[in-house]
Design a binder for this molecule. Structure first.
Ligand code: PGA
Length: 250
């Protein structure tokens, strides 16, 4: 049985005060033993505050990005070991904003995925097609290419300690959510690709949906057979609403 995971991707939002308020409010709304697993991914500079705020709560901490390198002269970069050191469990890799705005290629994303695991973090690997790609009917090819880049670099066994997030780019921050059926179709494709290499791993891996998830649609999305939770952007910035999403499908 896969445990539903809901992860909040704060992106470049927040402040020290909001970090404390948001996590405090979320912890209170969730209680000690939520049915689903919950994680928050604040910006780097707030991770330490966030780590203190999640202490003694069931909320896990994640980061939004990491360096490929282990340490050294890489000005402005943050190593996975540092993220571990401040209490991170997860790290998002290959988010479409990193791919499209910061030029992260499939190969670089695969390197970051490997770096995350090397440094003891669980990568949340994001894949997903653009609107143009969906409209030209190449969604499966794009998602498969993105997934295979990581499979080739890291191998199927690595997916025993990873999470995949399907995030159609056209649904991110647009208010335009994929329908539960559209999500299910791609989630099944992802699980099928993994199953062709290991049925056991494909069966146990969580595949999250991301893209305009909100309290009003989370239940329908998470009830699809291959949707094991969500990666939530905008709606993770408000404690009560996010807590409601965290309770969906639990
Ligand atoms: P959104 O973002 O929920 O604001 O659409 C999701 C994401 O980018 O992870």
């Amino acid at each position: 049985m896969r445990k539903t995971l809901v992860a909040g991707n704060w992106k470049m939002h927040g402040s020290r005060q909001q970090t404390a308020e948001l996590i405090g409010g979320l912890a209170e709304a969730l209680g000690d033993d939520p049915a689903n697993e919950v994680a928050v991914c604040p910006p780097f500079v707030y991770l330490l505050d966030a780590a203190r705020a999640v202490e003694g709560t069931p909320i896990r901490l994640g980061a939004q990005n990491l360096a490929v390198e282990e340490s050294g002269a890489y000005t402005g970069e943050v190593a996975g070991s540092m993220l571990r050191d401040v209490g991170c469990y997860y790290v998002i890799v290959g988010h479409s904003e990193r791919r499209s705005l910061y030029g992260e290629t499939d190969e670089l994303v695969a390197e970051k995925y490997r770096a995350a695991q090397r440094d003891g973090l669980v990568p949340i690997l994001c894949v997903g097609e653009s609107l143009e790609e969906r409209e030209s009917g190449v969604t499966s090819e794009v998602v498969e290419r993105q997934l295979r880049a990581v499979l080739t670099a890291a191998g199927i066994d690595s997916f025993a300690a990873a999470v995949v997030a399907y995030e159609p780019v056209w649904a991110i921050g647009t208010g335009r959510t994929a329908s539960p059926e559209q999500a299910q179709e791609v989630h099944a494709l992802i699980r099928g690709i993994l199953a062709s290499e290991s049925a056991t791993i494909a069966n146990s891996i969580r595949i999250l949906y991301g893209g305009s998830v909100k309290a009003s649609n989370a239940g329908d999305l998470f009830s699809m057979p291959d949707v094991d939770g969500g990666l939530v952007g905008g709606a993770s910035l408000e404690a009560e609403g996010f807590a409601e999403i965290c309770r969906a499908g639990g």
